[in-house]
Design a protein around this ligand. Structure first.
Ligand code: DOR
Ligand code: ZN
Length: 451
């Protein structure tokens, strides 16, 4: 299959404010790089001129946590539909989690994911390798072979499940340190979450839903911080969801432990009060917590205790979500709504500036995994991995018009602020005004017909 993105025509982005700061400038992109920045630039004759007056220029977003379902569950998402969703959400790099079928526990699978992402060409799809064979938590994978493959795996995770055996986790951290790769933990003590479908608290009790205590997450966060300390290793905490996790990460960082953490947009915005109608779209792991947890997570992201935003984009088909709450598969779409949720929860209340948005959605995640060409300064000579955002618009979310093959957004019918108007990957347009660079947008038409 051929690459489906535009050629390397020069692009002049007119009247945009880098990081939302200072006077508007024109930004000329050519040959995959930022070629010129200044007021009143004269575009080359063949340039594509984009009117971006009043808009904000940011480095392309980097998502450390996305589930693209390929191989194995392409009925819910594949690398092509997930890449389109990513580009439309302003992402230029995503990390595809290993809980596929087969599991990404060998270089055969991780190399496929990388190749397929490059073929589609809308976003760099970096494969995440599994920590343990088959995600079974017993035997470490050949991390070195995956790291040395063409997919150059930089991050390993059993996400979906926790590496719960402390000795296995300790060995994984030691092994990863030697290889210079990152272990990302889905912190969930499985003995405390047997049968759990909702946050353990008054809401779950009232609704008759089996509860998932905060301690299931926090006990693993604490344990892994100590294991990382002793191994001299780095550890990354996926989808932090509780007040206690925030306090533990703060403590660990104060001790000098190499720990980083992400928060999802849904844990910033939503809480378990939403479960009252038993809508399966609100089921997610870790579960939506209480309003005070969301407040603590926002503050922690603002303070830098939590390093970055990651979507945990988790597509599921209609039959897997529109069913009894306890039978619904956990997970929510996130790629196309992440920026808007961050604007609503963080920018509008004054917790983050646009400069900070560049940090938490691009620079920090790129640094955590050591991506050399992402999260770069908006300066001449830098690779043109860029996102343009219109901060003064709003839009109403409808699952069936999202680019993902699945519809399971928790924000259905909600009106959210800010839209991504342009995404560039190495200077090529991958999304513009709500259309992805996919030549064939038939997928979205098919979704509309079905609905
Ligand atoms: O809600 C979730 N969905 N949490 C996870 O950890 C895995 C993910 C999935 O793969 O659907
Ligand atoms: Zn997870």
């Amino acid at each position: 299959m051929t690459s489906r993105v535009h050629g390397s025509q020069p692009i002049l982005i007119r009247g945009v404010r880098p990081y939302g700061e200072g006077e508007p400038v024109d930004v000329l992109v050519s040959d995959g790089q930022i070629a010129e920045v200044g007021a009143g630039l004269t575009p080359p004759d063949d340039a594509d001129v984009v009117d971006a007056r009043g808009q904000v220029l940011l480095p392309g977003f980097v998502d450390l946590h996305t589930h693209l379902r390929e191989p194995g569950r392409e009925y819910a998402e594949d690398i092509e539909t997930g890449s389109a969703a990513a580009a439309l959400g302003g992402y230029t790099a995503v990390f595809a989690m290993a809980n596929t079928d087969p599991v990404a526990d060998t270089a055969v699978v991780t190399d496929h994911v990388w190749h397929r992402g490059q073929q589609v060409g809308l976003v760099d799809v970096h494969p995440v390798g599994a920590v343990t064979v088959g995600l079974k938590g017993k035997q470490l994978t050949e991390m070195g072979l995956m790291a040395a493959g063409v997919g150059q795996v930089r991050m390993f995770s059993d996400d979906g499940v926790c590496v719960d055996d402390p000795l296995v986790m300790r060995r994984a951290l030691e092994y990863a340190t030697g290889l210079g790769v990152l272990i990302a933990q889905h912190a969930e003590e499985p003995r405390l979450t047997v049968g759990a479908v909702a946050h353990e608290g008054p809401n779950a009790a009232r609704l008759g839903l089996a509860g998932w205590p905060r301690a299931a997450e926090e006990s693993i966060v604490a344990r892994d911080a100590l294991l990382a300390r002793d191994a001299g290793a780095r550890v990354h905490i996926c989808h932090a969801s509780t007040v206690g996790t925030v306090e533990l990460i703060r403590w660990a960082k104060e001790q000098g432990i190499s720990i980083t953490a992400e928060v999802t947009p849904h844990h910033l915005l939503l809480d378990d009060a939403r479960l009252a109608d038993y809508d399966g779209r609100n089921r997610v792991n870790p579960p939506l917590r209480e309003a005070d947890d969301a407040i603590a997570l926002r503050q922690a992201l603002a303070d830098g205790v939590i390093d970055c935003v990651a979507t945990d984009h988790a597509p599921h088909a209609e039959h897997e979500k529109m069913c009894e709450f306890a039978s619904a598969r956990p997970g929510m779409l996130g790629l196309q709504t992440a920026l808007s949720v961050v604007v609503q929860t963080m920018v509008q209340p004054g917790l983050l500036t646009w400069r900070d948005v560049a940090r938490v959605m691009s620079e920090a995640p790129a640094a955590i995994v050591g991506l050399p060409d992402q999260g770069r300064p908006l300066e001449v000579g830098e690779p043109a991995n860029l996102t343009v955002v219109d901060p003064d618009t709003e839009w109403t979310v409808t699952g069936r018009t999202l680019a993902s093959r699945s519809d399971n957004t928790p924000y259905e019918a909600m009106t959210l602020p800010a839209t991504v108007t342009l995404t560039l990957l190495r200077g090529r347009v991958t999304a513009r005004e709500g259309k992805s660079g996919l030549a064939d947008e038939g997928q979205r038409e098919a979704k509309r017909d079905r609905a």
